[in-house]
Design a protein around this ligand. Structure first.
Ligand code: GDP
Length: 207
């Protein structure tokens, strides 16, 4: 997919205030510091669309970006940052679960995991939550440039094995590196073909 335009639309913490139209949207989420802002900047070909910052836990809002004027990329706050208070963690959980449970336009989520680490409980639990809530998701492994090719294969394999302990099948997954521009086309192609399927389905339903 060629990215022709990528525009920031709005930030808020209330799902009811998100854009009202019916364009399909894709949500990006993961632990703080997983490389989400860098990935969004790589995907959209922008140096600074999502803020890349050294301060984990900084983006605490639902951020909508309009891509090619036909789909939304949604940047959600990073989870699992130890230094936020319990009350702000609760507030965070509430608006994120509200988003996932009420946002009809949400087509699919991308859960980002750092390829270097062993499967983390918080990520697996979050994916379980998505499964229970019947929200389709894919896994995006980030920072692949930090591992040698053999280690990439080994880590992905281990992750899949761990995943299959509680799931019957694997979700789509992508190996990426924002520093080395790896995986960009694959993720964008996935979004593009999903958008085409949605359009075809809407057409056949006459909606
Ligand atoms: P976020 O908190 O999830 O949005 O993560 P950021 O995109 O701000 O990245 C966190 C840190 O990881 C920063 O120091 C980035 O430079 C670094 N980082 C992000 N993506 C990559 C990557 O693909 N490769 C490498 N080597 N570092 C990365």
């Amino acid at each position: 997919m060629l990215i022709k335009t990528a525009e920031f639309v709005m930030s808020n913490s209330d799902v009811e205030k998100c854009p009202k139209n019916t364009l399909p949207e894709y949500a990006f989420i993961g632990r703080s510091n997983v490389g989400k802002s860098s990935l969004i900047n790589m995907l959209t070909n922008h140096k600074n669309l999502a803020k890349t910052s050294g301060k984990p836990g900084k983006t605490q809002l639902i951020n909508h970006f309009l891509i090619n004027k036909n789909w939304y990329l949604v940047d959600l706050p990073g989870y699992g940052y130890a230094k936020v208070s319990k009350s702000s963690k609760k507030r965070f959980q509430k608006f994120i679960t509200n988003y996932f449970e009420k946002r009809a336009q949400l087509v699919s989520a991308f859960v980002l995991v750092d390829i270097r680490h062993e499967p983390q409980k918080i990520d697996l639990e979050f994916m379980e939550y998505l499964g229970i809530s019947e929200i389709p998701f894919s896994i995006i492994f980030t920072k692949a440039d930090k591992l040698k090719p053999n280690a990439i294969i080994r880590h992905v394999d281990l992750y899949c094995q761990e995943f299959l302990k509680s799931w019957e099948a694997l979700p789509p997954y992508f190996v990426t590196s924002s520093s080395k521009d790896i995986g960009r086309e694959e993720v964008l192609e996935f979004i593009d073909s999903t958008n085409s399927e949605i359009n075809a389905m809407r057409k056949s339903l006459g909606t």
